[in-house]
Design a protein around this ligand. Structure first.
Ligand SMILES: Cc1ncc(COP(=O)(O)O)c(C=O)c1O
Length: 368
């Protein structure tokens, strides 16, 4: 059996006819940027998330850069964010001209609240937790009250967590701003790059509308300098169609995760999800000491796995050039974590096969 880590083609084939219809519909409007399909999607996703405003952007990264610009962050302003994330979380801070301060994570793999508090200084302008692997950052409400007290902006990196909830609130709808990715690999993925910024703050919303479109308030009149960071109408339409399926697909992810939890060898460390949270399992992470051997063994048996992330951000060259730090948990976990295949088109027999092969390996290598 051959099991890919991702299989986007299966999902495409499932939706092919609907996507062709979308293409024809958008094509026939004659409006491909800043058109009605973009605004319709923005209203629909805002309703889904339970926020007042959503702005479609060209990627999570562009959305984050624009948000940091909207809050006028400068070099002396610090943004606290966890080192266990995709490089972009930190890269966007640097690209916007601010200073990243990387924090450790706890056993949930998300931002450690204790470590974040210790890193706060009078330069801290933003805290940006990441709902990594589609699992809500457990301390998001504690962070919210901390930020309110200390007048710090709370931005949620919800790139991986669309549809995930904590205490019935959607991730990305809790802080001052949420930022989502529509990259093809995400749970709501499009056919190219894209992102969404969510907020209840009208000023932020209006500023973002300008920034993503050259600072123009209408076709000819500029209010400020801006960028070109728009989400195309065609991709907004595709995202809108796929949004109709998202809850169901996320539920399938949770079912696969439950199957892994219940059936994988007991010695394996499984994801720790707070009972108040509903993860969307963008990734399913296990932790084992003999990770590299297990990964090789699975590959030989036709099972592709991945590592999110093998090099913590604070160990990446561009960050080391700025600052050398040590973060105990992130460093330890990066050597032990392994991401298993999880997607809504994964078949029962494939999931079973993954479990069987992992358990066999664990049994054979019990005493190593
Ligand atoms: C946690 C996290 N933040 C940010 C990003 C960047 O998203 P984009 O590729 O849409 O810029 C990603 C994408 O992988 C991500 O996983």
């Amino acid at each position: 059996m051959k099991i890919n880590f991702v299989n986007l083609k299966r999902e495409f084939n499932l939706l092919e006819q609907k996507l062709i219809k979308d293409f024809l519909e958008v094509g026939n409007t004659g409006q491909y940027v800043n058109g009605k399909n973009l605004y319709e999607f923005e209203r629909k996703i805002a309703k889904f998330l339970g926020v007042k405003y959503c702005i479609g952007v060209s990627s999570w990264t562009d959305g984050a850069i624009l948000i940091f610009k909207a809050f006028s962050l400068k070099k002396s302003d610090e943004v606290i964010t966890p080192s266990n994330s995709f490089l972009a979380s930190c890269g966007a801070i640097v690209a916007a001209g601010a200073t990243p301060v990387l924090a450790d994570v706890d056993e949930t793999y998300n931002l450690s609240y204790e470590n974040a508090i210790n890193l706060i200084s009078n330069k801290t302008k933003v805290i940006m937790p990441v709902h990594l692997y589609g699992t809500p950052c457990e301390d998001i409400f504690k962070l919210k009250s901390l930020c309110r007290k200390r007048k710090i902006i709370l931005i949620e990196d919800a790139a991986q967590s669309i549809g995930a909830r904590i205490k019935r609130k959607m991730t990305g709808a809790i802080g001052d701003v949420g930022i989502f990715s529509l990259h093809p690999l995400k749970n709501l993925g499009i056919y190219g790059d894209g992102g969404i910024v969510s907020t209840n703050n009208k000023n932020v919303y209006e500023k973002l509308l300008l920034l993503r479109n050259h600072g123009l308030k209408n076709r000819d009149t500029a209010t400020c300098w801006g960028y070109n960071a728009r989400l195309s109408d065609l991709n907004a339409k595709f995202a809108s169609t796929k949004l109709n399926y998202l809850n169901n697909w996320n539920k399938k992810h949770r079912n696969i995760a439950k199957y892994y939890n219940d059936n994988l060898d007991q010695s394996i460390i499984k994801p720790k999800i707070n009972p108040n949270s509903e993860s969307v399992f963008h990734n399913y992470i296990i932790r084992v000491k003999k990770r590299d051997r297990l990964k090789k063994y699975l590959f030989k048996n036709g099972i592709e796995t991945s590592i999110h992330y093998p090099i913590p951000i604070h160990k990446q060259k561009p960050f080391i050039n700025m600052n050398k730090i040590k973060l105990k948990n992130v460093e330890k976990f990066s050597k032990e974590i392994l991401s298993l295949p999880i997607y809504h088109t994964l078949k029962k027999k494939e999931i079973n096969y993954v479990v069987r092969k992992i358990n066999l390996f664990m049994k054979k290598n019990r005493n190593d």
